[in-house]
Design a protein around this ligand. Structure first.
Ligand code: ZN
Length: 507
């Protein structure tokens, strides 16, 4: 946005208004970060109200007509600008979001925000207590309000479509079903071939790993991979997430299990991938709507790329394993790199999505996606959800949760977000991550060697240049096409799965 001499006054005014709204939203995000990290439990009621108030103010400022008027005033200015200029992009993205937000009454936003806080708090106590009955009324309200939200956007084919579009603009229930069906058809035989073999021994990951040392090691990994601790920090939470209050304050959270090394370590790398994206946005976008990831799918492509294609790769561990052995000398004294590598890539039919391997992970996502559609279109009642969940795990993954804690209560999304459009981004992200990584390797074939030397900069810079710096200037479809020269498909992901797991399991 350097072309000030020809900038329209309405554009400058637009930037100012957007920055003010961004400040309010950042304050809300900070309150939410605090709620999920350090806030004492009894602060919850007031915090829910505070968040609802701030979100309502932000929503009103965005939709009170002032921004819509500026966008109208800017139509001819926009028409003369190149599509991919920063100015045209900001106007375009603001118009899309403003049109959408204007259809949602501020009163609804406050009501919905309040429910999200209440439901999150209910879930936080119900999950450890394995008490689905305690969250059932909140989930029922959540289905109702999610439907109400969708119905502000009439003309859809499936009631989930407007909700999917919030997260993954350009996608619909139908288009996602098509991609998922294609993916499932290719994945199921691989899962069957692998799980027919004797299970990999991953007991080396399930020893006792004191929390302090796990956190120390994860800081070492973060620093080496290039997470800037002057612009971010890591804290503990119940369900890890990334949040940001500016391009220069991008925080991640983690949770550590002392009897399971993988959980904390890989969720740290996952959230760091999200943070890399937000930290890599062009500083000129600070405070405006372009300073954000493109979509849930593209965001997830970055967390999953760093977590899996990098963090679970052989080159990565040929560098880090000696460091891990130094941090946990008794635990890994007699464990070879090969044994460790096989353990962190163990494929198994399992219950917990965030803990699932790369091969079965997408099957977990498809279950949630289908249940969301059923809840929204009324085919499934909330009271029948635990049973439906367990039935799908039996048929799709061949395992049944013994408790709702390991079943329907495991994910926070339906309690803090909405029902509809909350999960497909993970699988879209997996597909994109492989397609992006393939393109990066074609440009820089030495990336694996660099990683094995602890050098993550060339890959990081490539991603920054191709994806991060653009913020949300382009749509997900445009991003995939621009970066890889092709539309999104399952091909690169399946090539990656066949190559990596074909070698691991001699398929
Ligand atoms: Zn993520």
């Amino acid at each position: 946005m350097q072309t000030l001499e020809k900038t329209h006054p309405a554009f400058l005014k637009l930037q100012t208004l957007l920055a003010e709204i961004n400040d309010i939203q950042s304050a809300a995000s900070l309150l939410h970060w605090d709620q999920a990290t350090y806030m004492p439990p009894k602060g919850a009621a007031a915090r829910g109200r505070q968040l609802a108030t701030l979100r309502q103010i932000a929503h009103e400022k965005f939709t009170n007509g002032a921004i819509a008027q500026l966008l109208d005033d800017l139509r001819s200015y926009e028409a003369d600008l190149p599509y991919d200029s920063d100015e045209a992009s900001l106007i375009r993205v603001t118009r899309r979001q403003c049109d959408r937000a204007s259809k949602i009454p501020a009163e609804f936003t406050a009501r919905f925000s309040q429910l999200r806080s209440d439901a999150y708090q209910a879930w936080a106590t119900a999950r450890p207590a394995n008490n689905f009955a305690a969250v059932q009324p909140y989930l029922e309200r959540m289905v109702d309000l999610s439907r109400e939200l969708a119905n502000f956007f009439p003309g859809y084919n499936h009631i989930a479509d407007p909700l999917i579009e919030f997260s993954d603009y350009g996608m619909t229930a139908q288009s996602i079903r098509r991609v998922f069906a294609e993916l499932r058809e290719q994945l199921v035989p691989v899962v069957q071939a692998i799980t027919a073999q004797p299970p990999v021994d991953d007991s080396c990951l399930r020893q006792f790993f004191p929390e302090a040392q796990q956190l120390a090691f994860s800081y070492k990994v973060l620093a080496q991979m290039g997470y800037d601790l002057e612009r971010g920090r890591q804290d503990k939470t119940l369900h890890p997430f990334m949040t940001n209050f500016s391009i220069d304050d991008v925080r991640i959270t983690t949770r550590v299990y002392e009897n399971d090394l993988g959980q904390g370590l890989f969720s740290t790398i996952h959230e760091m991938g999200h943070a890399f994206y937000e930290m890599g946005v062009d500083p000129a976008f600070e405070g405006n709507l372009l300073a954000a990831g493109v979509s849930a799918g593209v965001h997830e492509s970055q967390s999953r790329l760093w977590e899996n294609l990098v963090g679970r790769s052989r080159p990565f561990w040929s560098y880090f394993y000696p460091h891990l052995q130094a941090m946990f000398p008794t635990q890994f004294k007699d464990v070879s790199l090969e044994t460790f590598y096989r353990a962190i890539n163990k494929v198994a039919r399992s219950l917990i999505r965030t803990d699932a391997d790369e091969v079965t992970y997408n099957l977990h996502v498809m279950i949630r996606f289908d249940l969301e559609l059923d809840l929204l279109d009324g085919t499934l009642a909330v009271r029948d959800l635990p049973e439906a969940w367990n039935e799908r795990y039996r048929s799709d993954l061949g395992v049944v949760p013994e408790s709702d804690r390991e079943g329907v209560l495991q994910d926070v999304h339906w309690f803090t977000g909405r029902i509809g459009g909350m999960f497909q981004g993970y699988t879209l992200g997996n597909l994109m991550s492989a397609q992006f990584f393939e393109a990066a390797l074609a440009d820089i074939p030495t990336i694996p060697t660099q990683i094995s030397q602890g050098n993550f900069q060339p890959l990081h810079n490539w991603l920054k240049d191709k994806i991060y710096r653009h913020g949300c200037k382009y749509t997900a479809d445009e991003t995939v096409q621009r970066v890889t020269g092709k539309p999104l498909s399952t091909a690169a992901f399946m090539r990656y799965i066949h190559q990596k797991y074909g070698a691991l399991y001699s398929l």
